[in-house]
Structure formats: structure tokens, C-alpha cells
Design a protein around this ligand. Sequence first.
Ligand SMILES: Nc1ncnc2c1ncn2[C@@H]1O[C@H](COP(=O)(O)OP(=O)(O)OP(=O)(O)O)[C@@H](O)[C@H]1O
Length: 575
Amino acid sequence: MAAPCSLRVMAAVGFLVASSTVTMSAPFFLGKVIDTIYTCPPDDFSNSLSSLCIVLAGVFLCGGAANAARVYLMQISGQQIVRNLRESLFSAILRQEVGFFDKTRTGELINRLSADTGIIGRSLTDNLSDGLRSVTQAIAGVSMMFYVSPSLAAFVLMIVPPVACLAVIFGRYLRSISKRIQDSLAEATQLAEERIGNIRTVRAFGKELTEVEKYAEKVDHVLKLSRKDAAMRAGFFGVTGLSGNMIILTVLYKGGLLMASEHMTVGELSSFLMYAFWVGISIAGLSSFYSELMRGFGAGARIWELLDRKPELPLNEGVVLSSEQLKGELHFYNVSFAYPTRKDAPIFQGLNLTVPSGSVMAVVGPSGSGKSTLVSLLLRLYDPDKGRITVDGHDVRKLNPYWLRAHIGTVTQEPVLFSCSIAENIAYGAIDPGHITVQDIHRAAQIANAYEFVSGFPRGFDTVVGEKGVLLSGMIKFIDPKILLLDEATSALDTENEYLVQEALERLMVGRTVLIIAHRLSTIQNADTVAVLDQGHVVECGRHDELLSNQQGMFRKLMEKQAFMQKKQSQALCK
Ligand SMILES: Nc1ncnc2c1ncn2[C@@H]1O[C@H](COP(=O)(O)OP(=O)(O)OP(=O)(O)O)[C@@H](O)[C@H]1O
């Protein structure tokens, strides 16, 4: 992920070395300044002091500039890495098979995309930059301490090994608790996402307070884990802070003794003390770097789980047929299927069905008999557990799913609109929306009988529609699909609009293979064949009047039920 900004990172490391060298040489030269103050003869004193201070000020200025450049470059690189990470993660999510989304909740995924990447971002930007500085400064500080006074350095550094052991234990704990915190935060986000998304249901049942309580329970759990995290951090930072101060105290004690025995000058002790300060500060910096890094690893584990996940169904590989080869004949051979989340509830068991090319087949059946599932299998949103589905004799498992879906027009019961203009929504189904002209969009709208309606808006095709605004379907493919899968809406439209949609669809059906989940009697009557689904099979298949003549047949029963309901309705209206 860092590869695209490797040059910038290398430059940042260069600036880091420069600024740390300046910082770490400061105590040494400041020690020299102190010794000059103490030892220089009075006539030479002012000149030597001034020139030394001017040179040092210049060097510090360069150090400051290098530090600023380091921070800037590291920040930018870190943000770039997070951006790349977010993009790869979003792409990995969208590549997963539909079954994955049945199992994984949206809130959980959104949490990974925003919160987890944010944590990695923090651990890679400020944290990594400051951490690297602490590492170099701690190493340089310790080296300089040995250079100035090896015996004092050896004495002082006895304090480091126990702190290091503590840090390793703490790091391990932090890593696991951080993952647990992120997991429970994801659960809370998931609950919030689901309830906010279904606010109408929550409101209708008056469950606002109950939902708030449920959410509170979830965030309480996050708080409980965060408390453990805080207690551990408090202990760790307490110990590291204490060890920093202990280092200073030890230096003063042992250094005082060395000075008294004239083994050290006042300037050397001052330099050593400043190095000890730097080392102390760097160790404190290192401990927070370490803890943030472990937190980042915790969040990273959750992200890499997703990045490494191989989708069960391919997205864009397999056989592509030429336009002439595609006739649109559909076959279901002995298909058995259960949804991955409900393996114990089979939807189809040995289902057989043939839709000849260029014919219209209406699929009917009781609610839940699997009519929509038939469409999902044809679009290869799922693979059947047993049996085969073919398009012109080619198993859909061998065909390129991307190509397959591009050549199947779908109209679903609940059209989805994205929050952009109507024109963009219409162009959504195009393979390359960038090449779609305004005329193409207008033509598509005319074919869908929507032109007048859309033009009636004050901003016409530029009208921005809201999320979930059910106005019209955007699923128009600009490449003239041979196969159409239609799910007839039952009641979403008023009579006039229903007529317009129906009329547009009938025009579109001509010359195409059409599988239509039929709810209207007229659709069933006009279809070439009617297939009746029940109990995981096609129980009847034939022309409308043929099926109707079978007194004991499932189709007749369904129709009688519908006729009975209509009769009751008209009786109620007459009263
Ligand atoms: N993604 C899914 N995961 C698990 N079960 C599902 C999923 N989608 C649908 N089902 C279940 O599969 C069964 C068949 O659903 P399907 O939507 O295909 O039926 P249908 O005949 O189209 O019903 P309707 O006429 O009510 O739309 C139902 O019991 C439904 O609850």
C-alpha cells in the first residue's frame, strides 16, 4: 500500500535523520557552551560564546525545517496509504458474492470502512512519524550517553530491560482488546444502521425508547472494554513516566558523585542530563507509539480479513459469447438450491424448466415459492447446490458473470434510485455511462414511457432524486439485452402509470426471451407459457387456457383464489 508513495516516505526518513541528528547533537554542543562559560578566559569569552551560539542557532533552524518537512511528508504519505486502503477495501467488499452480504450486515462493513481505516490512519500518520523519531532519538541518545560517560550510562540503563518486558506484555494485551473494542463497536453501528434505515417500522411500533436501550447496551459493552483498555494504559504510562523520572534522578545522583571525584566536568554532566531527558521523552513517545501501533494491528486484522477474502463467485472471468451466438434459450436442469444462510430450508429440489428463445414465460406461484430466487439464479447471484442452468446450452457457471448480467435486462419490483440526477440513474445500467449522450437518455426515457413524466419536473432530467425515492426504475441497459427478467410490481403504481409501464414493457418484450414474475391476469393470459412453482418444483407448465382447464391443478386453484378475491372486492364496492 505504501509503494506508490515510497519516494515521499524515503524523503521523510531522510529529513527524520537530519532533524534527529540536529536534536541529538544539541545537548553535546550545549554542554560545550556551558564548559565555555565556565572555563573560557574573560578576554576571549564574549567572542567565543557569540560565534558558538550563532552557529548553533543556524544548525537548529535547519533542524526545525527538516522536522517540519518530515511531519508534512509523513502525514501526506499516511493519508495516501489510508486512501488506498479505503479504496481497496471498498473494492474488496463490492467484489464479494451476494451470499456474503446475506451473512454480513451493512453496519459491520461500514464500520470497517470508516472506523477501522481511521484507526490505521492515525497509527500510520502522526503515530508512525513520531514513533520513528522516538526510535532514532532513543538510539542516538543512548549512544551519546555512552560516548559522554560509559560508566554512568551503564548504571542508568539498568532501568530499561524491565520496562521493555512490561511493554511487550502490554502490547499483546492491547492488540487483543483493541480488536474486541472494534468488534463490539461494529455491532453497535450495525444495530444503529438497521434501526435508522427502518425508522418507519420503529416509529409505527413505538419502539424508539426500546431501541435506544438496546443501543445503549451495545455501547455500554464498548465502554466496559474501553475501561479495561484505559486501566491497562494508565498503568503502563504510569510506569514509563516513573522510569523516565527515575533515569533523571539516577543521573543526578551518580553524576554528582562523579563530578565530586573530578571524573566529569559540569558541561559533560549537563550534556548527559539533557541526553537522559531526551531518552526519557523518547521512551514515553515510544510507549505511546507502541500502543497506537498495536491498536492499528487490531484494526488491521479486521480489515485484512476482508481484503484477503476470496469471493466464492468470480466477477469478471469466464466465457463470453458473441452477439450472434446469444439467442436467449434458458434451461434449468434438475436444480436444487437453498440460500447459504438457510441451508436447512431448500427453495428448489430438482426443478426443471425450459424457456425457448424469443418466448415469454410467466412464472406464478404462492408467496415464497421461489419466483424471485429463479431470477437470482439466472443472474448468477447464487450458484445452485445441484443441477445446471444454461443459456443457449452454456452452463452459466462457465460464462463470464459480468457479461451475462450485462446482457440480461432486469426490472425488479422495488426499483432503486441512487441519490443523483434522474439522467445519471437512467444511465446507470450502461456499460460505459461516460459515452451516453443526452439524446440516448431521452430516448431510453421515451421507450420507458417516462419522458413526459420526467420532463414535467422543474429541473427535468437533472432533478436529483433522494435515496430510496421510488419514482422510476433506472435499470435500462443500453446494449439491447436478449433476455429480460421482469418482476411485476403488485400495487406500487396507480392505474394510469401502471398502464404506461405495462405498455412500455410489452413493447420491449417483442423478440426477446422473457421470464416474468406475473401478478396481473393480463400478463398471464398474454404469455406464451405459464410455469407454476410450488414446493420447490415446477408443478405445472403450459398455456394459460390449458392450465385453467385442469380442474384439480395448482394454477386453477391460484386463479380461483384471485377471482374470488376480486369478486369480494367488487361486492364490497357495490355495498
Ligand atoms: N437472501 C435470502 N436469504 C435467505 N432466504 C431468502 C433470501 N431471499 C429469499 N429468501 C427466502 O426464500 C424463499 C423464496 O423467496 P422468493 O423471494 O424467491 O419467493 P417468491 O416466490 O418470489 O415470493 P413473493 O411472491 O412473496 O415475492 C422465501 O421463504 C424467502 O424468505
